[in-house]
Design a protein around this ligand. Sequence first.
Ligand code: HEC
Ligand code: HEC
Length: 275
Amino acid sequence: MSGGSLRPASRGRTDRRRGPGRRAFASAAAALGALAAAASTAQHSTAFDVESGERAYASACANCHGPDGDLIAGIDFGRGLYRRASSDDEIVGIILNGIPNTPMPPNPGMSEAQALAIVAYLRAMARSSASAELDGDAARGRALVEGKGECLTCHRIGRRGSRAGPSLTRIGTARRAEELKRSLLDPAAEVLPENRSYRVVTREGEAITGRLMNHDTFTVQIITSDEKLRSFRKANLAEHAFAETAMPSYRDTLTAQEIADIVSYLVTLRGEERQ
Ligand code: HEC
Ligand code: HEC
């Protein structure tokens, strides 16, 4: 399949900043899925199915399964991960009849064609993230992460690197290729609450930046880059506020191919220790 279609589309596009990011990804996935479906003669679903499936999914399914299909434990439509169903027919059956004694409801008003359109959309979600992974070369990506990209000056992978940014040791289990690419191109577009940098300045003039752990009316707790938990009384602070993310955008410093290589490497990071 033409996985390469991801690359040219990603360069020079500025509308990726529209937020919130997860919604943006859902429609990007649909657009890519539609392209993939249209390009592939082996697929019986048409781009039209995928589009109407996306709309039906957004209105009938996303509130429980999430826009990316990964909100229910053990099920992740974007990764093609199912606990019970495997064939299209089984998924259609589940959509129409629900799963008795679970919150998964039946959809008595839905036709089989509509259910099939949703299945086409679910399959397209999984294909678009799989094709994004195929774009790059993981070995080259690793060399870039450890070399030119200087990622380890802020991130930890296994036992190497720094704790200034979040650890990437298991990032491949937590994020899909498309989300990783967005972190590299538009880091400010979607920063997880637990990754947001918070900066405090004490009345004595000491400035400390870290990840915000907790805050209440009177105190603020942050984790500093050397992983110390520090607590401050707000009354003793001259300033306290979220800081800009330290994660640089690589949009202008790495090529689209290099970004794809890095993403291919990051998706392999699933928690094993790497030397
Ligand atoms: C009210 C919340 C809710 C809504 C709405 C909902 N689901 Fe579910 N769905 C669930 C839950 C919870 C499960 C897991 C049930 C279980 O196995 O315990 C599930 C399971 C599934 C499964 C089985 C996955 C597997 O592991 O095999 C599929 C497929 C599915 N849902 C698709 C859909 C689709 C498509 C829609 C929209 C038409 C939808 N669901 C709407 C809650 C919901
Ligand atoms: C100057 C420090 C710095 C450098 C250099 C840096 N990062 Fe980051 N990165 C951060 C910080 C801080 C965050 C957390 C805030 C955010 O998500 O923007 C982050 C976030 C990320 C995330 C999102 C993590 C998540 O949980 O979603 C990824 C992926 C990532 N960086 C990968 C990289 C890669 C790959 C490189 C090298 C090409 C790199 N970073 C270079 C500081 C840095």
